[in-house]
Each structure stands twice: as C-alpha cells, then as structure tokens.
Design a protein around this ligand. Structure first.
Ligand SMILES: *Cc1c(COP(=O)(O)O)cnc(C)c1O
Length: 222
C-alpha cells in the first residue's frame, strides 16, 4: 500500500475505534478530538497525515516542533504535550495553540508573564502526575486543586487536565481519578489516552486522545 493510503487507513481506523468507544460510553464521538502525535516522525508521514485531513497535532519538544511546523503551520492546531522549560516559554507561546503541560508555579508565572506581554491566548491544561511516579512530570494529585487555584489567581484560563498513567498497570482507574479532579475543579477538558489505551480513556471521559504510533507507525530515534 502506498504510504498515503496506509496513513489515511490508520487514521480512519483510530477514528472509528474512538467513535465506537464513545458510543459504548453513551458519549458523542464528536466530543473527542484526535491529536496526532507527530514527534520523531519523518516528513513524508506528516504530509500524508495532513493530506488525509488531520488538522490537530501534538509535539513534545519546542525546537523539534518549530522545525517541523514552520512550513506547515497554516490551518493546523498544534498542541505541546511534553515538558516545558521556562527558558522556552517565549517560543512555546508563539508557536502552540494549546499548552497541555503546565505543572509548576515557576512555569505558570512565566507563561502568565508571556501572555501579558504578547496578548496571545493559547488554551492551557494542567498536567497531573496521576500515578505519582517520581520520573514523571506533573503536579501531584493531592496538590492539583491548590495548583489550579494558583493558576487562576495568575489570570491563566485553565481549560482542562492532562495525564500519562503508569506503564503496565490498568489505566482506567487513573483516568477516572483525573476526571474526578477535573470535575471538582469545574474543568471540562481531559487530555488522556495514547496508542495503547485511548479507547479506555474515551470510556472514562477523555475529550482528546494523543495518539502517535498507532497512527504513524514507529518513531525515528532522536
Ligand atoms: C509520545 C507521546 C504520546 C503518543 O504515544 P503513542 O504511544 O505513540 O501513541 C502521547 N502523549 C505524550 C505526552 C507523548 O509524549
């Protein structure tokens, strides 16, 4: 199969599985956004994904995203789903429509200052370290309410929550925990679910799923 048909078929298959999972959960499939995670993918696969009609993409590194999207930016919604260093806030705010990884006070303050300076209004998510894993980014679940309040106090409009559950454990309880934190803080958007578990995430209320390898195939080494 030519690459363009292969990519288009993979996308339709993922969209179909999202729709089935949504309907089974009594949800409208249109309430779930597919974010195609394009990090470390070759240009020809990105271009094939664009040709298939996909318009929402996720990247986890600011510089890599700048290089990849400089010539492809128009009509595309770009989401930052990887850790953000405060020294990259200027570039990130300039490039991304959505920043999903607000996870500490210093970063929240830097983003607030940059929004004030530029007048830009990217949509913002707080990342929660839902499995309380030392190696993962995100605010601890027990600190989430206070951190969301702090962000709001800085004038940041937080739209939702994002998480990456632990490897090798059933994901559903972690997704449910993230949904509960969102609910009690009046947040309507949940970014959760990757190639291995996006249907489970949809059943637990995900409003966006971040899918890479199931759409594009394996990634290149950096
Ligand atoms: C790479 C990445 C994904 C996509 O992972 P796949 O397993 O390839 O679907 C999703 N979310 C984040 C935060 C990532 O870094």
């Amino acid at each position: 199969m030519p690459l363009s048909s292969e990519i288009a078929a993979a996308r339709l298959s993922v969209l179909d599985r999202i729709a089935v999972a949504a309907r089974q959960a009594g949800r409208d499939p249109d309430d779930v956004t597919l974010v195609a995670v394009s990090k470390q993918q070759p240009d020809e696969r990105i271009d094939a994904m664009l040709a298939s009609g996909q318009r929402v993409f996720g990247e986890n590194r600011v510089q890599e995203a700048e290089a990849r999207w400089a010539s492809r930016r128009s009509g595309v919604e770009l989401r930052l789903i990887g850790p953000l260093q405060t020294n990259k806030v200027r570039e990130a705010v300039a490039l991304f429509d959505v920043i999903e990884t607000i996870d500490r006070e210093k970063l929240a303050r830097a983003v607030a200052a940059e929004l004030a300076r530029t007048g830009r209004t990217p949509r913002l998510y707080v990342q929660v370290n839902i499995g309380e894993e030392p190696q993962k980014a995100g605010v601890a679940p027990s600190d989430a309410d206070a951190f969301i309040d702090l962000c709001r106090g800085l004038g940041l409009l937080i739209e939702g929550l994002m998480c990456i559950p632990p490897d090798g454990a059933p994901a559903a309880p972690f997704f449910a925990r993230l949904a509960a934190i969102a609910e009690r803080n009046g947040l309507r958007k949940l970014s959760m679910g990757m190639s291995a578990d996006y249907e489970i995430a949809v059943s637990q209320g995900a409003t966006s799923v971040r899918v890479g390898s199931a759409l594009f195939g394996g990634r290149m080494a950096r």
